[in-house]
Design a protein around this ligand. Structure first.
Ligand code: 7TS
Length: 437
């Protein structure tokens, strides 16, 4: 078997788990366990300067930066492996196929799925959800049927359902959230009824940072025999996911928010469900036999992978998952929890600043608005200070409507962020406040 991850970076060397004697956790507050200086040196882009300032990258919910292990895996693939998969009889094609399938096994382990056939490579969370909507949704929805989502979904987990509901005469139901941005679980439970054919919910809101009570939601749906799709685009980068323990029926995530490249993502689906679902795209690789009269479809997961996939992307995603697994998802979660608490305390008390999304369970995301300053202007001023955040509706316009705002400024965290990054954010917000007063 070939391996594409021979370049192990310093932060993931064995025995490197102790707090750094120097660097970012000098005061022991960033993380008791992760060596943040070593981790940061794994990400070459963090050495960039922006408008004369060191880059402070706090737009990780949009996309994360990539560690050298991922960059090297991409370069190695095109220098030593590149060929099309599942079809060549030659050595390179075998190498590419083997590496691609090894990446699928890595994803299976990462999600703790029962079977590699349950792992479908797609372009990202958006495509994963569209796949389920177009395949499962079209097959199961009829007039008067319902799909239940929550009021904190990203557009990717709203619009695909609207499209299929419109086509089938089905109805989209929305479970409300409260003023903190928490799901109102009783209302959610009440909305699951005999017409509900699917529940599709986020595990972590990209606009509010709310972590949803997913186990309870899945139990409530399953009690009524309704399958559950989880949008894990924001959650999977921040804490360990176990699809068997969750007992979710589908789980979607994007590689690029998890330190992997853009253009690759994953749909996990329970095997029995995937087996029964029709393909959604036709083409090469998804068939076992084609005549003009009839086509037999390939076995799982290839039935859902028509055409030449992003081979290199899948392999590089495998490298990204290996990277975070070696760091330890528990340690990543603990570090980011500490950092979010710190950021919430520091930003929450700033003059003229209101946090948007104050759920008791939050991760990775700090959304806020500032008196008299549009989030876009705030984002621009922060950028001049080298601080990258996102401003806007975050593709979650219904969330903005719920809070009667049009946009927020959003700082979002990754494993390489430090208290120094948060301090830079705070200083830049203070500066913006001065400019606009
Ligand atoms: N679901 C959630 C919860 C998301 O936050 C996003 C992207 C998606 C789905 C779609 O992921 P994609 O990789 O298929 O595009 N969210 C964001 C964001 O918050 N800022 O930019 C993209």
């Amino acid at each position: 078997m070939i391996t594409l991850d021979q370049t192990r970076t310093s932060s993931v060397q064995p025995g490197n788990d102790a707090a750094s004697p120097s660097g970012f956790d000098r005061a022991g507050h960033d993380s008791a366990v992760l060596d943040l200086a070593a981790i940061r040196s794994d990400f070459p882009i963090l050495a960039e300067r922006v408008h004369g300032h060191p880059l402070v990258y706090l737009d990780n919910a949009a996309t994360t930066q990539k560690p050298r292990a991922v960059l090297d895996s991409i370069a190695y693939y095109y220098a030593h492996v590149n060929a099309n998969i599942h079809r060549g009889v030659h050595a390179l094609s075998e190498r590419a196929t083997e590496a691609h399938e090894a990446a699928r096994k890595t994803v299976r382990r990462f999600l703790n799925a029962a079977d590699t056939r349950e792992i479908v490579f797609v372009r990202g969370a958006t495509e994963a959800i569209n796949l389920v909507a177009q395949s499962y949704g079209r097959a199961h929805l009829g007039p008067g049927d319902e799909v239940l989502i929550t009021a904190m979904e990203h557009h990717s987990n709203i619009v695909p359902w609207q499209i299929v509901c419109e086509e089938k005469g089905a109805r989209l139901r929305v479970a409300p959230i409260d003023d903190r941005g928490e799901l109102i679980l009783d209302e959610f439970a009440r909305l699951i009824g005999p017409r509900t054919k699917l529940v599709a919910v986020t595990q972590l809101s990209n606009a509010l940072g709310t972590v949803t009570p997913l186990r309870q939601m899945i139990d409530l749906a399953h009690r009524q025999g309704v399958p559950v799709l989880v949008d894990g685009a924001q959650a999977a980068p921040h804490f360990a996911v176990d699809v068997q323990a969750l007992d979710c029926d589908f789980y979607a995530f994007s590689g690029h928010k998890l330190y992997g490249p853009t253009g690759i993502g994953v749909l996990y689906g329970k095997r029995a469900l995937l087996e029964a679902m029709p393909p959604w795209q036709g083409g090469g690789d998804m068939i076992s036999m084609v005549t003009f009269e009839k086509t037999l479809y390939n076995e799982l997961p290839y039935k859902f992978e028509a055409g030449t996939p992003d081979i290199c992307g899948a392999i590089a995603l495998g490298a990204a998952l290996d990277y975070v697994t070696k760091l330890g998802m528990e340690k990543i979660a603990a570090h980011e929890r500490d950092l979010l608490t710190y950021a919430t305390e520091k930003v929450g008390v700033l003059q003229g600043v209101q946090l948007v999304g104050t759920a008791r369970e939050r991760a990775g995301v700090l959304s806020f608005v500032m008196d008299n300053v549009h989030p876009h202007d705030l984002g621009t001023i922060l950028d001049r200070e080298g601080v990258a955040i996102r401003a806007g509706h975050h593709c979650a316009q219904p969330v903005m409507d719920r809070f009667q705002i049009t946009a927020t400024a959003r700082a979002s965290l990754a494993v390489y962020n430090t208290r120094e990054d948060v301090d830079a954010l705070v200083a830049a917000i203070r500066k913006a406040h001065e400019v606009f007063q």
